[in-house]
Design a protein around this ligand. Structure first.
Ligand code: G3H
Ligand code: 13P
Ligand code: ZN
Length: 333
């Protein structure tokens, strides 16, 4: 049993309370490798932003849970080396789907876990979430739960309204589970194809796809039911067109990729939404930078020569998100 406090990590309780009060959101960035972690820590140290480092099941399989945990522990020391006196770094399990997985992360030094029972029937979601909360809280590990199903482009249904979180359920859910934060569904989804072209309109000037707005009315209803309760938005990458263009003009093929416009995320960050999950944008930044090196310098075969520029691009991306979108800069001096 490793306690995250001994690793210099923090849970989400205090960061969320401050974020809700301050009208900003904490970045939750996924990491799978050293370059992503270095870029996240550098960006957060330079902007003094609290941060949630997210590890998905896929990341655990790819990079090994033991290595990832030691990397997060190392990240605290790296942050201090970079001159960040009091780093506020949370190590979080993203989309945990079983009690056993959440328990293993709690026992292993994670400071926060997500139990995603959103695909289960309501009562089963409550029972599973409650079980994880009871275990995690013994060690002061915070728990994120999910209610409502995120839309996906693979879904056959175009009108996704029925998947939105039902505001009338949130009080009962939060009270009976005891969760510390709640991921909701208001129109975001995972990946680089968040909307089908037929769900979007076309900007007459650029010809680019313009997605439909998020369901802010649902968010407002939820806020009214649970005043001050920390709300989480998954699937919040913006899919920057500049990266998509670089990828497509350097041998890639990402037709009609579309994300959540940043003005929508800015608006969400000022509300009860206090954690915004971003993974795909980092993947796009990495891929765009690597593809550019491969096309411009075909003789290059030293991974540092293409992972280095990829890391630099991710630092730029993370800082942009922190300063221009989430407003979390300067919140962890
Ligand atoms: O929620 C999804 C995250 O982007 C993690 O993705 O399962 O491919 O690691 P992954
Ligand atoms: P994106 O795919 O929009 O980056 O969402 C990531 C996420 O929600 C991780 O849980
Ligand atoms: Zn997610």
């Amino acid at each position: 049993m490793v306690n995250y406090k001994d690793l210099g990590l923090v849970n989400t309780r205090e960061m969320f309370a401050k974020a809700v009060d301050g009208g900003y959101a904490i970045p939750a960035f996924n990491f799978n490798n050293m370059e992503q972690l270095q870029a996240i820590i550098k960006a957060c140290a330079e902007t003094k932003s609290p941060v949630i480092l997210q590890v998905s099941s896929g990341a655990r399989k790819y990079a090994n849970q033991t290595l990832l945990r030691y990397m997060a522990e190392g990240a605290v020391e790296y942050a201090k080396e970079l001159g960040w006196e009091h780093p506020q770094i949370c190590l979080h399990l993203d989309h945990g789907d079983t009690f056993e997985l959440c328990k293993s992360c709690v026992d292993f030094g994670f400071s926060s876990v997500m139990i995603d029972g959103s695909s289960l029937p309501y009562e089963e979601n409550i029972a599973l979430t409650r079980k994880v909360v009871e275990y995690a809280h013994q060690f002061d590990v915070t728990v994120e739960a999910e209610l409502g199903v995120l839309a996906g482009v693979e879904d056959d249904v175009v009108a996704e309204e029925s998947h939105y979180t039902k505001p009338e359920e949130v009080i009962d859910f939060a009270t009976r589970t005891g969760c510390d934060s709640l991921a909701i569904s208001i129109g975001t989804s995972h990946g680089a194809y968040k909307f089908k072209p037929e769900q979007c309109t076309r900007d007459p000037q650029t010809g680019k796809l313009v997605p439909p707005p998020l369901a802010f009315d649902v968010l407002e209803e939820i806020e009214k039911k649970l005043p001050g309760f920390p709300i989480v938005l998954h699937g919040s990458s913006s899919v920057p067109q500049e990266y998509v263009d670089i990828i497509n003009s350097h041998g890639g093929n990402l037709p009609d990729a579309v994300g959540i416009p940043e003005d929508q995320l800015r608006k969400a960050a000022k509300s009860a939404v206090c954690k915004i999950n971003i993974d795909s944008d980092s993947r796009l930044a990495f891929t765009a930078a690597v593809r550019k090196v491969f096309v411009e310098k075909p003789g290059e075969f030293d991974p540092r020569k293409y992972c280095g520029p990829a890391r630099d691009e991710m630092v730029r991306l993370y800082k942009h998100k922190i300063i221009e979108v989430l407003g979390s800069d300067g919140k962890a001096e």
